[in-house]
Design a protein around this ligand. Structure first.
Ligand code: UD1
Ligand code: CA
Length: 463
């Protein structure tokens, strides 16, 4: 029987070097917290359980973790509390009770290494299984070495078998010169891991229980420990400072943009374009400089997104044009829409095909029908607008009566005159017209012309 795979991510530390009141793993790369990417990589291993060791701001870290994985993976999350941070070995030990009940192997890594690819974790597990090890760890080489644990090997040339990991602060001068390093990715057999954790002691420069001592304890117990070398050291970088956070975001952004360009998206200026790795964009869409696209956004093909626009959690169909300086949040555009410049769409706004939103128009929680236009200086909130409606400049849906938000309904083929105030709840019937400056305080029957303050029926347009 194939032995089960489980994952464990350490995320209890505050991250002293961030100089922050916020736990390190909650700091964001684009719009996602650091821990999100580590978790997503772990989830791709299709493990039975994903343990997350939490401590500082445990509640918020748990919430962020749940929001980071696909709904199907949420039930795999098992949170383990480490109230006092006594070291990475102690953190894993906090999960002992839960781990005692399962068998198989455990992939352990740190929540502050967000660029790791699932294929790298897979390589670690398959090498572990192939060699039949009790522990397998990834090693990298960086010269000169940063403050990582050093990989110490046997033999006079130090090129022999793996012996132990020595933390930089505990290194002798010779050990410090070693350039083979521990990036912090381990695969353990669970039973011998639990035994080795019992044998850790905090006799070191930081007075901590080091996870990095576990492989040595296993070797002393006569078990097999081996390493897998990984070429791309920067993929496994840990984020410890704000400068490293910014460098990591730059690196991940570049990876996303390269992927999009490979898939046929034009990115006019990759250096000034900010796109989350969770964003999908179709072929022949052009993204102009200084655009920001965040969250779970999907943009179709043959679209054009102009400079200084920010799109968050949007769904945009094919052939849409977003002109300069628009903010579009949690909204859905069908196909061939034009929006902007300087438009604000938010809170579940939906545009049907070929709708046009012009400058200085805000649309909140509203639905606009096909070929409907609102070109200038307008607020539409809680409105349901039909097809082929024209909304004149300066129109306002007066949706808030001081206590609650009220809906406005504008049916198909209506023409709303400039500066119309629609005092909700109100309905303007199909084919009607409101005169410029009307204040509409009661429903307008279909095919009617109303005007004035408050708006009165002037004539029936059709009987
Ligand atoms: C660790 C490794 C080091 C390695 C480096 C790679 C140890 C002792 N050292 O050092 O060999 O080269 O990562 O990035 O493991 N954490 C807890 N509880 C604790 C302590 C830490 O959950 O009691 C978590 C932190 O939140 C963090 C992670 O473990 O996400 C790593 O801790 P950190 O202090 O950053 O370890 P490094 O000093 O970077
Ligand atoms: Ca670290």
């Amino acid at each position: 029987m194939k032995s089960s795979v489980n994952a464990l991510i350490l995320a209890a530390g505050l991250g002293t070097r961030m100089k922050s009141s916020q736990a390190k793993v909650l700091h964001k790369l684009g719009s996602h917290p650091l821990i999100a990417r580590a978790l997503r990589a772990a989830a791709e291993l299709e493990p039975e359980n994903i343990f997350v060791v939490v401590g500082h701001q445990a509640g918020k870290v748990e919430e962020a973790a749940r929001a980071s994985v696909r709904p199907a993976d949420v039930e795999k999350l098992r949170f383990v509390m480490q109230s006092e941070q006594l070291g990475t070995g102690h953190a894993v030990k906090c999960a002992s009770d839960a781990l005692k009940n399962i068998s198989g192997r455990l992939v352990v890594f740190y929540g502050d290494t967000p660029a790791v690819k699932a294929e790298t974790l897979r390589k670690l597990v398959s090498e572990h299984e192939r060699a039949g090890n009790a522990a397998t760890l990834i090693t990298i080489r960086i010269d000169p070495p940063p403050a990582y644990g050093r990989i110490i090997r046997s033999g006079r040339d130090g090129q022999g078998d793996f012996l132990k990991i020595v933390e930089e602060r505990d290194c002798s001068p010779e050990e410090r010169a070693v350039t083979e390093l521990n990036p912090g990715f381990y695969c353990f057999e669970i039973a011998p891991l639990l035994d080795a954790l019992e044998k850790l002691s905090p006799h070191n420069a930081q007075n901590e229980y080091y996870l990095t001592d576990v492989p040595q304890r296993m070797l002393e117990a006569g078990l097999r420990v081996n390493t897998v070398f990984h070429d791309d050291a920067s993929e496994l970088d840990g984020v410890n400072t704000r400068a490293e956070l910014a460098a990591m975001w730059k690196r991940l952004r570049r990876e996303t943009i390269d992927r999009l360009m490979t898939d046929g998206v034009t990115i006019v200026d990759p250096d000034s374009t900010y796109i989350d790795d969770t964003v999908e964009i179709g072929r022949d869409t052009v993204i102009h400089p200084q655009v920001i696209i965040e969250g779970d956004s999907r943009i179709g093909g043959h679209c054009e997104i102009h400079s200084w626009s920010r799109l968050v959690n949007v769904e945009i169909g094919d052939e849409c044009k977003i002109l300069n300086s628009c903010v579009i949040v949690t909204s859905k555009l069908a196909a061939r829409n034009t929006v902007g410049p300087f438009a604000h769409l938010r809170l579940h706004t939906e545009l049907a095909e070929e709708a046009t939103i012009g400058n200085f128009v805000e649309v909140k929680k509203s639905r606009l029908g096909r070929k409907t236009k609102s070109m200038h200086l307008t607020y539409l909130g809680d409105a349901t607008v039909g097809d082929r409606v024209n909304i004149g400049a300066g129109t306002v849906t007066c949706n808030y009566d001081g206590k609650q938000k009220n809906p406005t309904f504008i049916e198909d083929d209506v023409k709303i005159g400039s500066d119309t105030m629609l005092v909700a709840p109100v309905r303007v019937g199909r084919g009607s017209v409101t005169g410029a400056g009307s204040v509409v305080i009661k429903d307008v029957a279909p095919d009617s012309l109303v005007a004035g303050v408050p708006a009165q029926l002037k004539k029936k347009l059709k009987e």
